[in-house]
Design a protein around this ligand. Structure first.
Ligand code: BJW
Length: 227
């Protein structure tokens, strides 16, 4: 593979075979929880305990999960192409880092992080987070998970758009293409001249943005594509 700048967007599908549920597949997280209740700032204001229970349970589950062959293959790709690979993940688990990837941008935050609603101070999430936990920065009892909810601006957008504008290769893995701005990254990269690839169990709603597609479980198609 001769590329100078490779941007890889990952979604929940890459972690599915590590035992972490996706959002929109049958029986996924959004079939079990109302988005408005657990993934919006308004939901958090209404019932912070409900939201913390949702994320505390997922934090425990994610801490126990191990990377799969797809995460491993992307870590290998970065080792073989030093300085060329940026993983932009929508996932809040840390499985890319556990697999050995270093250049990872968590555009929707991290389960392992806590964020103060009052002063934006960030710290390592305790196992059982509650809104009343005092912020180590300002002392306010305004602790929330450091994740990006609907209506909030994802992290690292300037860095992501800069990378997309100079990418030679853009690969989307295991993401449904339902959530913006990530859903439009393939189109942005393609318009900027990148070769675009979708690796997914089934075609996403943005499949027409991709010049090359491979369908199947991530643990098979990602190592095959990297090889
Ligand atoms: C496998 C597999 C296997 C399964 N192998 N594959 C109207 C039009 C356009 C936009 C909007 C609109 N109204 C509102 C908006 C904006 C809104 C939005 O997009 N809404 C849509 C629903 C319409 N977006 C926002 O509000 C975002 N902010 C924003 O836009 O700010 C404005 C702004 C942007 C940029 C610059 C300046 C300003 C914020 C979105 C935040 C999303 N947050 C969540 C929760 C994060 C915390 C948490 O984890 O709880 O992020 S929602 C959830 O969806 C999570 C995910 O990261 C995200 C994407 O989901 P993902 O990863 O794609 O998972 P699934 O389940 O959807 O798909 C799984 C895929 O895996 C499928 O394709 C399967 O086939 C595949 N798969 N098994 C391979 N084994």
């Amino acid at each position: 593979m001769a590329h100078d700048t490779i941007v890889i967007l990952t979604g929940a599908g890459i972690s599915a075979e590590s035992g972490l549920g996706t959002f929109r597949d049958e029986g996924g997280l959004w079939a079990q929880h109302r988005i408005e209740d657990v993934a919006t700032p308004e939901g958090f204001s209404r019932d912070p305990d409900l939201v913390h229970n949702f994320y505390n349970a997922r934090r425990v589950q994610a801490a126990q999960a191990t990377p799969n062959a797809a995460h491993d293959a992307l870590a290998r790709l970065e080792r073989d192409h030093p300085g060329e690979v940026l993983i932009v993940t929508q996932n809040v688990d840390s499985l890319h880092e556990k697999a050995g990837s270093r250049n990872v941008l968590h555009m929707h935050g991290l389960l392992a992080g806590a964020l103060c609603h009052t002063c934006d101070h960030r710290w390592t999430a305790p196992d059982n987070m509650a809104k009343s936990d005092p912020c180590p920065g300002c002392g306010a009892p305004a602790t929330r998970p450091d994740v990006v909810w609907f209506g909030e601006i994802p992290y690292g957008m300037d860095q992501i758009y800069a990378a997309l504008s100079k990418a030679d290769l853009f690969v989307a893995i295991g993401t449904s293409g339902e959530v913006y701005p990530a859903a439009a990254f393939g189109q942005e990269a393609r318009q900027a001249g990148a070769h675009t690839v979708e690796l997914n169990l089934a075609p996403s709603s943005r499949v027409s943005d991709f010049a090359e597609t491979h369908f199947g479980p991530a643990t098979r198609i990602v190592p095959d594509w990297v090889a």
